[in-house]
Design a protein around this ligand. Structure first.
Ligand SMILES: Nc1ncnc2c1ncn2[C@@H]1O[C@H](COP(=O)(O)OP(=O)(O)OP(=O)(O)O)[C@@H](O)[C@H]1O
Length: 349
């Protein structure tokens, strides 16, 4: 292995591009450490998110590049630091992500809950804010109905901790039904409190489960904080898509970048076959039309509904099921999209 040293390893790594950012790992500052000890070379790559979907490809490309300069014994280690905009949206919080839908019942809350838990499973610090103040579902999804949120000495709300994420929902503050009478200004005030007066701590991602439709809360969120991006959950039916298009328009009007589309209840698996009950490809076509990413398609499955009812999201209750895998893949695609969006649009810290 004559001639291999730290400098030549770095030179070789300059030929490896991040597949999404289309720039080499060295210029992107992703090579954290290179060690050469005799025949042994060690490389530590710092990914832009622990939920990186292309880790395998990056490792293969690094191995190929170093094999070309004669490295035979190579250890590749990965770390991850989620990149943040220079001005954080909220103290300690790197990204606020709004999960929205044009109409109710498309599975927005289910998708938001599973995305949050899947990102945490990958090693990210995640919070979930249930901003669906009229019809909160996250206490049900996480089995926290009997709990009450408390305040710390500074009178900030302390989030509940479940399955590795921090959770705040109105359902853990007021008795069920009481929130229904609230009006616009109170909604705004409540959302403000949920964003600014919660001891969220340091978070890579704060996922916000938005109310269905396009209304006051959407506007308030955009006014109260810098939202990194919005995700739209839709189902393949035409009606849901027309509503989803309204949600796309709403994000545009409040200048929240669109991160992508998730199609829920896309198909049903029967004897190894995918049955597309409501037609095929609607979400993907919509993503193409809006020049945004298609983040994933989630099958309709009994396990998803049962998991929601039991208070344990399906990525935890049945982690190897096709539906959990689809949700995890969607979470990775979302994280990757945020890395790309942050890299392209925002000056990095
Ligand atoms: N992929 C799926 N497979 C099976 N059931 C699902 C799936 N996604 C969601 N559901 C079920 O559909 C119902 C509605 O889901 P959810 O509450 O997440 O929808 P929503 O869009 O957030 O609704 P709302 O607008 O009322 O808040 C729930 O019972 C949930 O368990």
């Amino acid at each position: 292995m004559s001639g291999v040293n730290e400098a030549s390893v770095l030179e070789a790594l300059k030929t490896v591009n991040d597949p999404e950012l289309h720039k080499d790992l060295v210029s992107l500052g992703m090579v954290e450490k290179v060690t050469v000890e005799g025949e042994k070379v060690g490389v530590k790559i710092n990914l832009t998110t622990p939920a990186c979907p292309l880790k395998g490809q990056i490792e293969a490309d690094v191995r190929a590049a170093l094999a070309r300069i004669g490295v035979k014994e190579l250890e590749v280690h990965f770390g991850a630091t989620v990149r943040a905009p220079q001005n954080l949206p909220l103290p300690g919080i790197k990204h606020v992500v709004a999960v929205a839908s044009g109409k109710g019942g498309v599975g927005k809350s289910t998708v938001a809950a599973n995305l949050a838990v899947a990102l945490a499973q990958e090693g990210a610090s995640v919070g979930l804010l249930d901003a669906d103040i009229y019809g909160p579902s996250q206490a049900q999804m996480f089995g926290t109905q009997a709990e009450k949120l408390r305040a710390d000495e500074q009178k900030r709300i302390v989030p509940l901790e479940r399955y590795g994420i921090k959770l705040v929902t109105i359902a853990n503050i007021v008795p069920a039904g009481q929130a229904m009478v609230w009006r616009g200004p109170i909604l705004h005030g409540t959302l403000k409190q949920f964003l600014h007066e919660v001891a969220w701590g340091d978070l890579d991602y704060l996922i916000v489960d938005m109310p269905p439709g396009t209304g006051d809360v959407q506007l308030s969120l955009a006014q109260l904080t810098k939202v990194s991006g919005g995700v739209i959950v839709t189902t393949p039916q035409d009606v849901a898509r027309i509503d989803a298009e309204r949600a796309v328009d709403m994000f545009k009007r409040v200048q929240v970048p669109l991160l992508g589309i998730v199609e829920n209840m896309s198909y049903f698996e029967q004897g190894g076959q995918r049955v597309h009950i409501f037609g095929q490809g609607g979400g993907r076509r919509m993503a193409e039309a809006y020049k945004t990413a298609f983040l994933g398609e989630i099958p309709i499955a009994v396990a998803v509904r049962e998991a929601g009812d039991a208070g344990v999201p399906v990525v935890l209750s049945a982690p190897n099921s096709p539906e959990a895998q689809a949700l995890r893949q969607t979470a990775r695609a979302l994280a990757a999209q945020l890395s790309v969006q942050s890299y392209m649009l925002l000056p990095m810290a």
